[in-house]
Design a protein around this ligand. Structure first.
Ligand code: SF4
Length: 421
């Protein structure tokens, strides 16, 4: 039997309607296949449970202190999509029962993503809580209704707010709201209004993403044809900076480039805020995780793999009694070093020496000492007794800093031209 994994992602690839910007592996008008898909998902989970066994329980209280390593994280289960809340409570119960044989539900941070347009009543939300889901993440995107329509969202701002309040009444305390900035036609004034309403609602956790125009999406076509305009890079950068200021002033701690949680009074620079999403932090700590469902990715060093994309292909593969894996790639030790740095530096706490040693089996300075010294000299990185982290300037030039940690690219020329601009 292989070692258990502590982090499990479960993909639910159904949506009522495809949003104009979305390139996730998700499908509209396949509601009639949900029941068969859930059967296949449970079968895939069962086969991993037989191979891997069950993860150990959460680490004892108190291990979340600095320096941050994988051991500080709770086990996690994350239902993502797509729209997991298109499943009935009975279907979610079946999936979670199967998941519990891999990651212990009672010990875990159990998150579901939800579209405010599909979560129709408080009873459903209460049902989710009673099934052991203790964190919910709503895709809100903006509080500007005309923009929601351009995006093809199936809810209004008022419906998103009503659903958030229902979730609070249903007993959820761990609630994330997702927003996007740099949206079609969005002005700084509109973004300010969205931030104001968001801060009024005071969710425990906030994720803010810059719009990415993914080739092949309707929105990409609309923007390239000129029928829709998006803000320029300077305006989008100003939106991000405004969010940094407003959320900090409202008592949120940023712990990753796109993520904030309400700060506990005791949080220090070296700690995650209490409301941080442990599942996502597991990704940023380059932890091993299992992905189940159509198109889901898994990562267990020294391998990474992804499942077949299509719902029918996925169901057919599982019914044939095999794991529905489409492709597996081997990871080298250099991949491990690079990914540990590239993912870890996204976190405000950065990469601790303890984490790098625990994850990679080497001393961080022995692998990247010269790179670290150079980046510190350039004012892009700080290094102290705990580890290394980006400076505010390093955050603005994140991609250039990340490039320096790629083992194939060791000349300093890659970064210097952009620093002069
Ligand atoms: S609801 Fe989410 S997953 Fe579904 S199409 Fe819209 S953005 Fe994509």
């Amino acid at each position: 039997m292989m070692n258990p994994v502590r982090h499990l992602y479960i993909h639910v690839p159904f949506c009522q309607r495809r949003c104009a910007y979305c390139d996730f592996n998700t499908y509209a008008n396949l509601e009639h296949r949900i029941a068969a898909y859930v059967e296949a998902l449970c079968q895939e989970l069962d086969s991993y449970a037989r191979q891997l066994g069950r993860a150990p329980a959460a680490p004892p209280e108190g291990t979340a202190a600095a320096p941050l390593t994988r051991a500080a994280l709770r086990p996690t289960i994350f239902l993502g999509g797509g729209t997991p809340t298109m499943l009935s409570l009975a279907q979610i119960e079946r999936v979670l029962q199967a998941a519990d044989a891999i990651v212990p539900l009672a010990e875990a941070e159990v998150t579901t993503e939800a579209n405010p347009g599909t979560v129709i009543d408080e009873a459903y939300l209460r049902g989710l809580r009673s099934l052991g889901i203790n964190r919910i993440s709503f895709g809100v995107q903006t509080f500007h209704d005309p923009t929601l329509r351009v995006l093809g969202r199936i809810h209004t701002a008022a419906e998103a707010i009503a659903t958030y309040r229902q979730a609070l009444r249903a007993g959820f305390t761990r609630i994330n709201l997702d927003f996007i900035f740099g949206l079609p036609g969005q002005t700084l004034a509109q973004w300010t209004q969205t931030l104001d309403r968001l801060i009024d609602l005071a969710p425990e956790h906030v994720s803010l993403y810059s719009l990415i125009l993914e080739p092949g999406t309707p929105l990409h076509r609309q923007v390239t044809s000129g029928s829709v305009r998006v803000p320029d890079d300077d305006t989008t950068a100003a939106m991000y900076e405004l969010a940094l200021e407003r959320l900090a002033a409202a008592g949120y701690a940023q712990y990753e480039i796109s993520n904030w949680a309400r700060a506990a009074a005791t949080s220090g620079d070296q700690e995650l805020p209490a409301g941080a999403c442990h599942h996502n932090v597991a990704y940023w700590l380059n932890a091993d995780y299992l992905g189940c469902g159509a198109g889901a990715h898994g990562h267990r060093y020294p391998q990474r793999w992804h499942n077949v994309l299509g719902v029918e292909d996925y169901i057919a593969a599982v019914r044939q009694g095999r794991l529905p894996i489409a492709e597996t790639s081997a990871l080298s030790e250099d991949d491990l070093f690079e990914e540990t740095m590239l993912m870890g530096l996204r976190l405000n706490v950065g990469v601790s020496y303890a984490h790098f040693r625990e994850r990679c089996g080497h001393d961080l300075r022995a692998i990247y000492g010269a790179t670290i010294d150079e980046l510190v000299e350039l004012g892009l990185l700080t290094a102290d007794a705990v580890g290394v982290r980006l400076t505010p300037r390093g955050r603005m030039l994140g991609n250039e800093v990340f490039a320096r940690f790629l083992r194939e690219r060791t000349t300093s020329e890659a970064i210097r031209p952009s620093l002069r601009t």
